[in-house]
Ligand binder design. Structure first.
Ligand SMILES: C[S@@+](CC[C@H](N)C(=O)[O-])C[C@H]1O[C@@H](n2cnc3c(N)ncnc32)[C@H](O)[C@@H]1O
Length: 400
């Protein structure tokens, strides 16, 4: 089967899963049994094709019914056929204020409540962005106008981003192998919001930099390409993801030391020499990148943000002593929840008298971001950048 089509089905079904689930269940006599969740997933895949793709209805129903055999569940043919045929007569995309909120907005209830609480004015736009198809965004290492010309010469329509000076948006996604300059690292796939991190950290030649949660290495490569004379340690707890960092660096012709290690246990991997800069792109709920990782809406639950906030706080606390006096730490997440962002920083600042919160030296971020109690939040948009939170901390002599 065509890989792009499989990807479209998986991502699309996850993106619309809550609405599709609601519509499918209206035609079930009883909720799906745990052992038959695979059949339920087939129903959602079939419903997605009916409501959101160009696949003719009869082909979508036929292929979905036939797939039950591959699951060894031929008994489900009748069920699949009956439910999907009923759904052909349903408008699966029309807005309907009568729908339960999770189905209407395609976001789980717990997340809707959080967004409405944290962003009383902006939550509808955040939700719309989370439900959108993401653009394919590139970062150009070279002068952007040269990259745009090379893309145009290759017949690839693209335009410049307005937030980051290196961002390029493709009018339609393309396999990376077709992009002129991708193989040698002149172009990388990176969201425009994510492209702000390396410039905000502001490394200088010869400095020692720790990229504490580095994998898959998008920001490590950006840092290494921006400041080749810096000495970068790229750390991540996940060995397989560390391989991705190495691959990224090789492709980009850049160097950094890549190590598998837990940021909470510097004793296992730190050589005792202080860092000038630390980038902590912390593990988070990823609620700012729902459009790129649509299954987040299914995989996360209401308890995750507070558990993640504990991990984020611990990472900050453990990494802070590795920074020299006068050194800077950029904390960022792709979460839009205050609990993982300004609240984590507020608690950290209360507990660390030698930490000061600096204002971010980026006019465009100030213009487009939302200033928080500490740091700045970029909210995701449907057609441009993801949601990101940034805060810059400086280590000062502890006078307490
Ligand atoms: C948001 S991702 C980082 C993305 C990366 N900076 C980039 O730009 O490509 C968070 C990363 O944190 C890593 N991580 C989670 N817990 C960690 C820990 N205790 N120590 C180090 N890395 C950790 C995860 O494996 C994951 O790769």
């Amino acid at each position: 089967m065509d890989e792009a089509f499989v990807r479209e089905l998986c991502f699309g079904t996850a993106r619309h899963a809550l609405r599709l689930d609601h519509e499918v269940r209206r035609h079930l006599r009883q909720p799906p049994r745990k052992r038959d969740l695979d059949v339920h997933a087939l129903l959602l895949l079939g419903a997605y094709q009916l409501g959101h793709t160009e696949v003719p209805n009869h082909a979508a129903v036929h292929a979905t019914v036939a797939a039950s055999a591959a699951l060894g569940k031929g008994w489900a043919r009748g069920l699949l056929n009956a439910v999907l045929r009923k759904l052909t007569a349903t408008n699966l995309t029309a807005d309907d204020a009568e729908l339960p909120p999770a189905a209407r907005w395609n976001h789980p209830d717990w997340l809707l409540k959080r967004l409405q609480h944290d962003w009383p004015d902006d939550w509808p736009a955040v939700v719309a962005a989370g439900n959108a198809r993401p653009p394919m965004t590139l970062r150009s290492r070279r002068k952007r106008s040269l990259a745009l010309t090379a893309l145009a010469d290759a017949g690839i329509a693209a335009h410049a981003g307005t937030l980051s000076a290196s961002a390029i948006y493709l009018e339609a996604p393309r396999p990376v192998a077709e992009l002129p300059g991708f193989a040698d690292g002149d172009l990388s796939v990176q969201d425009e919001g994510a492209q702000l991190a390396a410039p905000l950290l502001g490394a200088a030649p010869g400095e020692r930099i720790l990229d504490a949660c580095a994998a898959p290495g998008g920001k490590t490569l950006h840092l290494a390409q921006m400041e080749p004379a810096a000495s970068i340690l790229a750390l991540d707890v996940d060995p397989r993801r560390c391989e991705r960092v190495r691959e990224n660096l090789v492709r980009g012709g850049a160097t950094a030391e890549v190590r598998v290690g837990d940021g909470r246990r510097p004793g296992d991997w730190w050589d005792g020499r202080a860092f000038d800069r630390i980038l902590l792109d912390a593990p988070c709920s990823a609620t700012g990148i729902l459009r790129r990782q649509p299954d987040i809406r299914l995989l996360r639950d209401a308890s995750d943000p507070s558990e993640l906030a504990r991990l984020q706080g611990e990472l900050l606390h453990r990494l802070w002593p590795l920074l020299r006096n006068g050194g800077r730490l950029l904390y960022c997440t792709c979460s839009v929840l205050g609990e993982e962002n300004e609240d984590v920083i507020g608690t950290f600042l209360e507990q660390h008298a030698d930490a000061a919160c600096l204002s971010l030296d980026s006019g465009i971020l100030q213009e487009r971001g939302h200033p928080r109690r500490f740091g700045t939040q970029l909210l995701p948009t449907a057609t441009e950048h993801d949601g990101f939170y940034f805060v810059l901390l400086e280590r000062r002599q502890d006078e307490s």
